[in-house]
Structure formats: structure tokens, C-alpha cells
Design a protein around this ligand. Structure first.
Ligand SMILES: CC(C)(COP(=O)(O)OP(=O)(O)OC[C@H]1O[C@@H](n2cnc3c(N)ncnc32)[C@H](O)[C@@H]1OP(=O)(O)O)[C@@H](O)C(=O)NCCC(=O)NCCS
Length: 431
């Protein structure tokens, strides 16, 4: 232990002093447990609802520096990956920790491509949903159901079995996501086309009708590729924490990933881009922007798609997504809401209220516009998030399984309820 890398804590209840080691800017919560511990009393614990200042793991997957607007997967800047890589290459990087050789890449793409089909019984399960079922509900239950088709998946200590499930999950997510989308429209499910790339095949399963072969516009496939790369991982966010927490019980990865999908389903996590769209539609015309901004500054409401818990100068993903917006609109025609979004951004970036609070557009400010231009209903937005995030969830899950320090997730509580009440039977209480 380096001499200065300690924290001296004086417990004023007893006058005792403790010296706790500081490692990587953290103090072990377990060291606090030694403070004030007696035979009758547990030691000191830390109280941190939402884990806002608690590290749950050591991780080498994704690095974020919110102040500097840095996002890196396995050390590679997101800007370079979005510009020069493909989603499947990035998925390989996240899962394996390094970039693939040509042989590794080709083998990986081949494996993923040939696992895109799902068992016909799973199709029947999806068909059993109500006509208006939310696609995220369908996705989360069908991913959970995959565990029953691959019971060997519960053997999580076997690296080959683990690998097979990772491939299956990354491969089948677009199929299940696209079928959930088609279901709501009463359209037949489209089988995967193994001649197409990952995002081309997804577009085909979403939009193919009676044509023999669906030919996706390469600009749309590329834009989707970029969006998938941007959403592939974001370190210990709510859904990743859900995957890790559920995975810590050593359950199979399908069940753990379905927990991640459930977490993403919630409006605080995956729902912001839908809120941005609603806001833009409500503003309707640029003339209404000044009044809207005044309302935000008075605290009446938030400017959705602005601000981030971690990024305090800019969200690097937002910069990249703006470029994708142009590419998509070149194909689909410009969404009239874009003009409002651009004007809102221009005004907000000059306004002292937003500047002083370090509020900048986040990834969701523009992604909703792209998804709408691609004719996705808002319920699909989180599905479009879950598909690429699967590789990140799995990279984090593998790290968890291999981490000898990890235990089953089991936080402490501060009990605030009654104690030692006398129980009287229902008969007595109600007589
Ligand atoms: C993302 C978000 C939850 C981060 O919140 P946070 O880090 O806890 O930031 P705070 O809530 O502490 O905000 C700091 C200040 O900025 C203001 N603020 C934050 N986001 C704002 C927004 N989008 N519009 C207007 N004001 C905002 C807060 O009111 C607060 O002002 P105050 O200091 O006068 O009280 C928040 O910025 C937000 O709700 N943004 C809109 C929703 C969104 O786009 N979410 C997607 C995230 S990817």
C-alpha cells in the first residue's frame, strides 16, 4: 500500500481511528464494515440509492469520461469505430477484448449469420401475443424463452457453451425484434436472408413485402450500422447492471439478457428519444420555440434530449448521430421536425441557462428523428436500442462470470419498519 493512498476515518462515537486503503480512487465498502463493529452491532455501511457513487465491478469493456465527452470501447474511441468499423466487428471487439484478425472476423460473421433463424415454436409463441402487444414485451419474453430451447446454456462455466449462446443471442435479436414489429402490423414474419449483412438483413425482416429479394438502401443500412455501434455499450448503466445482477445468480445468459431488456423497457432508460419526438410535435412550428424555451427556463418542463448524467460537455454519440441524420434524410426526405430540432439546438447552445448548466444535446435528441424517418413507431425505439446493446450486455456478462471477486448481488438495506409486534390471529382481529 502506498503511504498516502489511505483514508483515515475517525469514528466519533468511539474515538477510534481506522486507516482504509484507497485503490483506483475507491475505498472498499467491506473495509467500512470493520468500523464500529461489535458483537451486537454490525459495522458501518454505505447508503447509496441508485448506486450513484458506488463501483460494483472492475471492468475493461467501456471507458467514459463525462467531462471530456470521451467514450471508448476496449480503448478505441467511439468516433473511429463509428466511422471505420461495422457493428459485428465492434461486437467482436466488445466480447473478445480485441479486434479480430481477418479469419476471426469472417468466422464470427459466418457464425452470427447462420444463427439468425429461430425455432418455429418461438414463432408460434410470438403469434400468440395480442395484436397490439408492445414489441419490447414480446422481445423480452421471447429472449427469456430462448433458454428453454437451449437448456445447455445454464452451463455457464464452459467457454464453448458460453460462446454458442453469445452467437445465438447476437444473431437472433434482430429476428425477434423485427418479428415483434411485424406482429403489430398484422404482416407475415420475414425469415432472415443470409446473403445480407447484419443491418441489411434486419431491414429486410422489417420491411420486405412481396418482392423476391429485398434490396435495402445502403445508406440506410450504413446509418443503422452507425446507430448500432453507438448503442453497443455504455458501461454500468441500468440495464447492464440488471444483466450483471441477475447474471450473478449464475442463471443462463438468455434469462440475464431478458432482465436487461426489461430494464431498458422503462421510460427513464430507453424512452428519452420518444419523449423528444413528442416534444418536437408539440412545438409544431419554429415560431413556438421562444415561448417553449421560456417555459423550460421557468422550470415548467425539460428540454428533452438535452443534458446527461455523465456527459457534461458534450455527448460524443450526439455529434456522430447528426451526420447519420443527413444520410437518412437523403433517402427518406427531410422530416419537418428536423427544422424545429435544429433551431432548438441553435438557441439552446447560445442561451445562458443551458450553457451555464452544461446542457448539450444527447444521443436521443436526434435518434428519434432518424427512427421516425425510417417509419418506426415509437414503441420500436427501445427495441432498436436493445438489439445492439446485446453485445455490450454479453461482454459485461462474460466479464462477470470470469471475475473471481464477484458474488451474488445482494445489497444491504436500512430497515425502517416495525419490530417485535405481537401477532393476533385473523379470527381475533376481525371478531
Ligand atoms: C439526463 C438528465 C436526467 C441528467 O440529469 P442530472 O445529471 O441529474 O442533472 P440535474 O437534474 O442535476 O440538472 C442540473 C440542472 O440542469 C437542469 N436541467 C437538466 N436537464 C435539463 C433539461 N433537459 N432541460 C432543462 N433543464 C435541465 C436542471 O433543472 C438543473 O437545474 P438547476 O440547477 O437550476 O436545478 C437530465 O438532463 C434530463 O432529464 N434530461 C432530459 C431527458 C433526456 O434527454 N434523457 C436522456 C439521457 S441520455
Amino acid at each position: 500500500m502506498t503511504e498516502n493512498h489511505t483514508l483515515t476515518v475517525r469514528d466519533n462515537r468511539t474515538g477510534e481511528e481506522y486507516e482504509l486503503p484507497i485503490t483506483d480512487g475507491t475505498v472498499r465498502a467491506g473495509d467500512f464494515a470493520k468500523i464500529g463493529k461489535t458483537d451486537d452491532e454490525p459495522g458501518l455501511a454505505v447508503y447509496d440509492p441508485g448506486f450513484t457513487n458506488t463501483a460494483s465491478t472492475r471492468s475493461a469493456v467501456t471507458y467514459i469520461d463525462g467531462d471530456k465527452g470521451i467514450l471508448e470501447y476496449r480503448g478505441y474511441p467511439i468516433e473511429q469505430l463509428a466511422e471505420k468499423s461495422t457493428y459485428l466487428e465492434v461486437a467482436y471487439l466488445l466480447i473478445h477484448g480485441e479486434l479480430p484478425t481477418r479469419e476471426q472476423h469472417d468466422q464470427w460473421v459466418h457464425e452470427i449469420t447462420f444463427h439468425t433463424f429461430v425455432h418455429e415454436n418461438l414463432k408460434s409463441q410470438l403469434q400468440g401475443f395480442r395484436y397490439d402487444a408492445h414489441p419490447m414485451g414480446m422481445l423480452l419474453s421471447s429472449v427469456g424463452a430462448l433458454s428453454t430451447f437451449y437448456p445447455e446454456a445454464r452451463n455457464i462455466s464452459d467457454p464453448q457453451i458460453r460462446h454458442d449462446q453469445v452467437v445465438r443471442l447476437i444473431a437472433k435479436m434482430p429476428t425477434l425484434g423485427a418479428w415483434s414489429f411485424r406482429h403489430a402490423q398484422g404482416k407475415p414474419y420475414v425469415y432472415p436472408d443470409n446473403d445480407l449483412t447484419y443491418t441489411e438483413n434486419f431491414l429486410s425482416m422489417l420491411f420486405k413485402m412481396s418482392e423476391q429479394k429485398y434490396n435495402p438502401d445502403p445508406r440506410l443500412a450504413k446509418a443503422l450500422e452507425v446507430l448500432f455501434i453507438l448503442h453497443a455499450d455504455h458501461e454500468q448503466n441500468c440495464s447492464t447492471n440488471a444483466v450483471r445482477s441477475v447474471g450473478s445468480s449464475q442463471v443462463d445468459p438468455y434469462s440475464a439478457v431478458s432482465a436487461g431488456i426489461a430494464a431498458l423497457y422503462g421510460p427513464l432508460h430507453g424512452g428519452a428519444n420518444e419523449a423528444v419526438l413528442k416534444m418536437l410535435k408539440r412545438i409544431k412550428v419554429p415560431e413556438n420555440i421562444p415561448a417553449f424555451i421560456e417555459g423550460v427556463k421557468k422550470g415548467d418542463e425539460k428540454l428533452m434530449g438535452f443534458g446527461h448524467r455523465v456527459y457534461k460537455n458534450f455527448d460524443p454519440r450526439a455529434t456522430i448521430i447528426k451526420k447519420a441524420v443527413d444520410d437518412v434524410f437523403e433517402v427518406t426526405g427531410v422530416n419537418p421536425l428536423l427544422e424545429i430540432a435544429q433551431e432548438l439546438e441553435r438557441i439552446a447552445l447560445e442561451d445562458e441557462y443551458f450553457v451555464s448548466r452544461k446542457l448539450y444535446p444527447n444521443v436521443d435528441f436526434y435518434s428519434g428523428l432518424i427512427y421516425e424517418a425510417l417509419q418506426f413507431p415509437p414503441e420500436m425505439f427501445t427495441v432498436l436500442f436493445a438489439i445492439p446493446r446485446t453485445s455490450g450486455w454479453l461482454a459485461q456478462w462474460i466479464e462477470l462470470v470470469d471475475d473471481k471477486e464477484q458474488k451474488i448481488a445482494r445489497p444491504k438495506q436500512i430497515y425502517t419498519g416495525d419490530r417485535r409486534l405481537d401477532f393476533t390471529s385473523a379470527e381475533q382481529r376481525w371478531s
